[in-house]
Structures are given as C-alpha cells and as structure tokens.
Design a protein around this ligand. Structure first.
Ligand SMILES: Nc1ncnc2c1ncn2[C@@H]1O[C@H](COP(=O)(O)OP(=O)(O)O)[C@@H](O)[C@H]1O
Ligand SMILES: [Mg+2]
Length: 344
C-alpha cells in the first residue's frame, strides 16, 4: 500500500448530485502529486476530503496505514496553503509562522528554533518582523508556505497557491516550491487548473473530469500518451480520426486514404487516433501519410499561422510556421507523421 491513499471516495454536497464518484488515488512518500482539471471538476473537494473538512459518503482515506477518514482536521498534522494567503494581519511574519506550533503547545525556545530555520529556508529571515500588509503577494504566499511547513506536516496540501500571483512570480514560485518540497522530502498534493504549472512541478498528475480521474501518470506520459479522448483534448490534441485496420500498420480513414501508425494498438479493428495541430506538416506535394486538403481559413498568430483545412477525412486544424504561407482556397497536402499519431 502507498503512503497516502484515497479509496473509492464518494462525495455529494446535497445528497443527490454526485461530485466525486468512486475516486481512488495513491501517493508515495516524498512524491508531489497534482490534481489537474478545469474549474468545477472536484479538485478542491478532493483536497477537502484529504484535509478532513468534509467526510465522504463512502470510501476511505489512509495515511501510513492508518485510517483517517473520520479523523478531525486538527488531529491531522497536515500543512495547508490556499489561493488566498489567510495570514493574520495583526501578527508579524515570525508570529504568523509560529502560530501552528503555539497551538500545539510547543515550548517557546523550540518554536524559535524551528521558525528561524524555516524562515531561513524560505528566504524570509530578513522579513521576520514585518506585517502582512508590508509585503508583496509573493512574499505573503511564501509566509503561508513557511507556516504550513514549520509544523513538519505528514502531508502538504496546496490548492491553487499561485493563482493570485502575477505571471513572472508564479514561474519563480513554482520552482521554489518544487525545490523546497524535494529538499524537505514532504509528500505533497497540489491542485491546479494550469497545465504547464502542473507538468513542471509534478512527479505524477491526476487529470480530473467531473469527479473522476481520467488518467494518473507522469507528466511526460500524459502529454505523449493520453489514455483517452478527454485527456488528449485536454493536452492539446485537436484533430481526431476514426480509423479502421487495413492490414499491418496501415489504417483506413474517411475518404478512403490510408495512413500508417508507429504505435499500433494490440487489439481493435476500429480505433480513434489523434494528432496535434503543430505536428501536421503542410506541403504542395503529397508524400507518406499525406492526404489532400483545401485551405479554408488562415489565421495569423504572430509566430506562425493557424489553418483550418477541409480534407476527405474531415476538418483539420494545423499550426504552421511563416516560411511557407498558403492562401485560402489553396489545394495542398497534409502529412500526418506516423510517430506523432496517438491512439486514444
Ligand atoms: N460547499 C458546496 N456546496 C455545494 N456544492 C459545492 C460546494 N463546494 C463545491 N461544490 C460543487 O462541487 C463541484 C466541484 O467543486 P470544486 O471541488 O470546488 O471544484 P474545483 O476545485 O475543481 O474547481 C462544483 O460543481 C461545485 O459547484
Ligand atoms: Mg478549486
């Protein structure tokens, strides 16, 4: 069994609509796992179950082999950081950070030692006597992180902790969080709707959709081997084809054209395959895996063009550079490189 385990969790807020449906997730010790999904898919709800703010209608949450499903929030030694920093305005950085330790009745000499150490690690020592209103958003969020870490949590829970920060700060903070998490070896559950942020920070990612996990895997595998059409669309595949096996690696698509695939599925005569817009290659002449098409709409995107094309296999969306520019109405060819086609 893994370090932290959600097993068949079911949550409904009103007793009718199911928000989490039989959700299971396992996290290894020291791992950073993310929940990724669009707004409303149930990420915060999942985190609330782990934190102990809501009791699931069914299922179990275990940590280190102990069943904590019905253990109250204050008895779980978890660090929590949310989107809003929720610092106490009348307390200094030091006092804010020390708060959880005071609550746990730790002797003040020990508190001083631990708070000093964590402020050092989070690069806040120089700000120890400041009040929240005297600091930037990034600094405040760092205090929230220090406050969560100082209790030496068995689990660190982060719910969109960077979404109130500006773009540049988000980038540097996510590197800091990752470095800190690895250095301290803290098992972490991170929630975000931002794919790039999620992929850059996570050991493994759970892609969520309407209360279920569609795929739980490394960022690399989710990006290059999406488990199904939902995940494929989520990570940027826009062109989908129904295909039928024509023999060997060869598959027939609508319009009677055949394309060859590199990674053919073991079973299935009929499959759905997908390719990203930037992986389709446009050319004036045909070639391997090329299908004829007509440029319908061209959109300038700055670093290149996006084309909407009509082909016998249906509509295609293609992103291309500025070297070879095609015009509306041009009859050209779209090549689908075998290595870039995924089966989902
Ligand atoms: N306290 C609540 N009472 C009723 N419905 C809620 C409550 N909190 C969240 N929901 C609903 O549960 C679903 C999942 O919400 P949430 O877990 O906050 O999603 P996410 O964090 O992925 O945006 C949404 O449809 C939301 O409206
Ligand atoms: Mg949320």
């Amino acid at each position: 069994m893994s370090y932290a385990n959600l097993e068949n969790i079911q949550v409904s807020y009103d007793g009718k609509t199911s928000i989490l449906q039989n959700l299971s997730l396992s996290i290894e010790k020291g791992e950073l796992v993310s929940l990724l999904g669009s707004s409303g898919c149930g990420k915060t709800t999942t985190l609330r179950v782990v934190a102990g703010f809501i009791e699931p209608q069914a299922g179990r949450f275990t940590l280190s082999g102990k069943d904590l499903t019905r253990c109250p929030v204050h008895k779980r030694n978890f660090g929590l950081v949310f989107q809003s920093y929720a610092l106490f305005p009348h307390l200094t950085v030091f006092e804010n950070t020390a708060f959880g330790l005071k609550l746990r009745k730790i002797p003040s000499s020990e508190i001083k030692k631990r708070v000093d150490a964590i402020l050092e690690i989070t690069d806040l020592s120089a700000l120890a006597k400041r009040y929240p209103k005297q600091m930037s958003g990034g600094q405040r969020q760092r205090v929230a992180l220090a406050r969560a870490l100082v209790i030496e949590p068995e689990l660190l829970l982060l719910d969109e902790p960077l979404s109130n920060l500006d773009a540049k700060l988000r980038l540097s903070m996510r590197v800091e969080i990752k470095a800190l998490q690895k250095k301290l070896g803290i098992t972490t559950l991170f929630v975000t709707h931002d794919q790039e942020e999620c992929f850059s920070i996570s050991d493994r990612v759970a892609v969520m959709n309407r209360g279920i996990i569609e795929q739980f895997d490394t960022p690399e595998r989710i990006y290059s081997q999406p488990a199904n059409e939902f995940v494929a669309r989520f990570v940027g595949f826009t062109n989908f084809f129904e295909m039928e096996r024509a023999g060997g690696n060869s598959y027939r698509i609508a319009g009677g054209y055949t394309v060859s695939l590199e990674n053919t599925p073991v079973a299935g005569e009929k499959i759905t395959a997908a390719i990203r817009p930037e992986d389709i290659v446009l050319a004036e002449t045909g070639g391997p895996n090329a299908i004829p098409c007509t440029v319908e709409v061209r959109t300038f995107l700055g670093r290149g063009y996006q084309y909407k094309m009509q082909s016998p296999a249906g509509e295609l969306v293609v992103s291309a550079g500025r070297d070879n520019v095609f015009r509306t109405g041009d009859r050209i060819f779209a090549a689908l490189p075998s290595s870039k086609i995924v089966v989902c």
